[in-house]
Write a protein that binds this ligand. Structure first.
Ligand SMILES: CNC(=O)[C@@H]1CCCN1C(=O)c1ccc(Cl)c(COc2cccc3c(C(F)(F)F)cc(C)nc23)c1Cl
Length: 248
């Protein structure tokens, strides 16, 4: 059959996704590099650790919601996303936005001391002790570390993020075929870019990361559910509406 997607279309698609990622990445790499040795003092660490569970969850939820909003903006700029039905857009974001937040967290991770950028400085898992879910934090840090180890360029990160979002296997999609066609074009983009970067070996590593992400995020949703059971008021009153819409 004729090659359905012209090379020009693929190059344009790559460029627009890289541009969207750059315009919606919340923190510029240069900023994060400049701050990477700004660590929390023992007093600051102690202050976070003495916060109550609900206070710390609330603190994180505000940041995660802000990050999700940047991911929503990124998704809206992926060519074809706005052409999907409203329900399918919500379905893809409901399940994929936290996964992209996780992928993006790797940009804010310092593998030399296993710290992540949070509240303006870099902190270790110790910082999140009062959340009461050490296993989730260890999993979040390990994943960020493993993505960091791939040393993705911003272009590769952009395409990887779009592949995480445009997933035709998500449950209850109405027009699965349309998502599948978008996904196929993005896969052609990624392999085109990796060939150009002479890094084809990265392809299967990235697809492996996608499956790790899905298991990790089901753990997250489970934790979030546990938290909303224990602190229903917080989730229903304080959690910003988008967060509630996407994660409850
Ligand atoms: C540069 N900073 C960042 O990128 C992140 C994302 C947006 C803002 N932000 C942080 O400040 C941040 C950085 C690192 C960490 Cl470990 C955290 C805490 O992360 C979480 C605490 C509670 C629940 C989390 C859940 C759960 F369970 F809700 F799905 C899921 C994810 C993935 N992270 C959770 C946060 Cl909130």
């Amino acid at each position: 059959c004729p090659y359905p997607t012209s090379l020009l279309h693929i190059e344009e698609l790559c460029d627009s996704i890289v541009r969207s990622h750059r315009d919606t990445s919340q923190f510029r790499l240069e900023e994060l590099q400049a701050l990477r040795w700004k660590l929390f003092s023992r007093e600051e660490l102690h202050a976070y650790q003495s916060k109550s569970v609900d206070e710390m969850w609330q603190h994180c939820a505000v940041r995660l919601t802000e990050a999700v909003q940047y991911v929503v903006e990124f998704a809206k700029r992926i060519p074809g996303f706005r052409g999907l039905g409203q329900n399918d857009q919500i379905t893809l974001l409901k399940t994929g936005s936290m996964e992209v937040v996780l992928v993006r967290m790797s940009r804010c991770f310092n593998t030399e001391n296993s710290t992540v950028f949070f509240d303006g400085k870099f902190g270790s898992t110790e910082l999140f002790k009062s959340l009461g879910c050490g296993d989730l934090m260890v999993a979040v840090f390990d994943f960020a570390h493993s993505v960091c180890a791939l040393r993705l360029t911003e272009q590769q990160m952009a395409l990887f993020s779009s592949l995480v979002l445009i997933n035709p296997d998500r449950p209850c999609l109405e027009d699965r075929g349309r998502v599948h066609r978008m996904r196929r074009d993005l896969e052609v983009c990624l392999s085109h870019m990796l060939r150009r970067d002479n890094q084809e070996s990265l392809q299967h590593k990235l697809y492996q990361k996608v499956s790790v992400l899905q298991s990790l995020c089901s753990l997250h949703v489970e934790k979030l559910h546990w938290f909303s059971q224990r602190y229903p008021l917080i989730v229903h009153s304080v959690f910003p509406p988008l967060y509630k819409e996407l994660f409850t």
